[in-house]
Ligand binder design. Structure first.
Ligand code: NAD
Ligand code: MG
Length: 395
């Protein structure tokens, strides 16, 4: 039996992970589940999946969980706060950890799993954007296995040969083609983007996801964060990465080789495929996702992204080229701006403006060799600066 911990089990990726695990009870055992505040849902999951541990980021919610589970036979041990999340990320009983917390809050526990030498199934792309060097060093030092869950990166991983960590040029790779659905406003004229509401931004045409990543998909910042994520995962610079808008999201990404061959991974857009891939790798597991009906799909479309209407993608490319503190500042400012947009404090085009202004306002700092405390402090300063920009923004 393989023990699995799910960080962020009440979210979209967390639920898909539980769905795949429930199909293979003879192979996997749920060791720990975690959530931020939703004690009700975590209590239901504890009754259904019977983990040994349950952790909540919010201590008040952890107390609520304890009272909801009172009297349950073999109730899980309950932990709280970021220490609790880090503790369950590094338990000896769990060999695999699904890192599916959203945003910067995922960094500490995902890093704890990497440091503990787990198979880290990484959905929390923000960890790599904020702390790529530290994270990758932790993976190497501990001997952890890092498997991408983001559908594009999982596709690229599947299209690369085993030796890719020696360098992409070494294995004949010319470039990575990262596909993007284009989000719900792909065909909207620029002027109309000022009218976008949070509900419209969260209604993704293809994927059903958490609110933060849905807004990121609508601004194309999600693709920008994925460019930075791909640089760390595959040991390359942004010059080898091209973004292609592909509205059907059937091709999850492609790898172009020196001889002209282009390999792609295709499938129905359902996160259970990359999740099952990471759980089974190098084998294959049934995931509940049906095969692709190419005749029903009939056609696949492609277009170039439009940087005029969606400036976040270029802001992220620029941050990737600049390096140092730029990707971390980009991520922090984006989280603050998305939250402000969801609360109705700034308009949709304001998200890119807040990110741009925050990047301009803060001096570039070197991050090589810096520890987690330094990065978290930098994240806090960038958030304060972004909040200041939100307040100054004209809605
Ligand atoms: P979600 O909002 O649905 O779920 C987030 C989870 O994180 C929840 O369990 C929540 O309780 C937990 N969480 C939130 N804030 C927290 C905090 N401060 N401390 C501890 N836990 C906290 O998000 P999601 O859509 O499942 O996305 C999760 C991650 O996976 C993100 O990094 C996202 O970019 C990435 N991802 C998601 C998808 C998708 O299809 N949803 C696809 C690719 C990558
Ligand atoms: Mg993705």
């Amino acid at each position: 039996m393989i023990g699995v911990t799910i960080l962020g089990s009440t979210g979209s990726v967390g639920l898909s992970t539980l769905d795949v695990l429930a199909r293979h009870p003879e192979r996997f055992r749920v060791v720990a589940l975690t959530a931020n505040r939703n004690a009700q849902r975590l209590a239901e999951q504890c009754r259904q999946y019977r983990p040994l541990y349950a952790a909540m980021a919010d201590p008040e919610a952890a107390r609520q969980l304890a009272s909801l589970l009172e009297g349950m036979p073999d109730a899980p041990e309950i932990l709280a706060g970021h220490e609790g999340l880090e503790a369950v990320a590094s338990l000896p009983d769990a060999q695999y950890v699904m890192a599916a917390i959203v945003g910067a809050a995922g960094l500490r526990p995902s890093l704890a799993a990497a440091r503990a030498g787990k198979r880290v199934m990484l959905a929390n792309k923000e960890s790599l954007v904020m702390a790529g060097a530290l994270f990758m060093a932790a993976v190497t030092d501990s001997g952890a296995e890092l498997l991408p869950i983001d559908s594009e990166h999982n596709a690229i991983f599947q299209c690369l040969p085993h030796g890719f960590r020696d360098g992409l040029a070494e294995v004949g790779v010319e470039r990575i083609l990262l596909t993007a659905s284009g989000g719900p406003f792909r065909d909207w004229p620029g002027e109309r983007l000022a009218t976008v509401t949070p509900e419209q931004a969260c209604a993704h045409p293809v994927w059903s996801m958490g609110r933060k990543i849905s807004v990121d998909s609508a601004t194309l910042m999600n693709k920008g964060l994925e460019v930075i994520e791909a640089c760390w995962l595959f040991g390359t610079g942004p010059e080898r990465i091209t973004v292609v808008v592909h509205p059907q999201s059937m091709i999850h990404s492609l790898v172009q080789y020196r001889d002209g061959s282009v390999l792609a991974e295709l499938g129905n857009p359902d996160m259970r495929t990359p999740i099952a891939h990471a759980l089974a790798w190098p084998d294959r597991l049934e995931s509940g996702v049906g095969g692709l009906d190419l005749v029903a799909v009939a056609r696949l479309d492609f277009q170039a992204p439009d940087p005029g209407r969606f400036p976040c993608l270029n802001l992220a490319f620029e941050a990737a080229r600049t390096g140092g503190s730029a990707p971390l500042v980009l991520n922090a400012a984006n989280e603050v701006a998305v939250e402000a947009f969801l609360e109705g404090r700034i308009g949709f085009p304001g998200i890119a403006r807040v990110v741009d202004e925050t990047l301009q306002a803060l001096p570039l700092e070197g991050v090589a060799g810096q520890d987690l405390g330094f990065l978290i402090d930098l994240d806090q300063r960038a958030r304060a600066q972004a909040e200041h920009r939100v307040r100054a923004a004209v809605i």
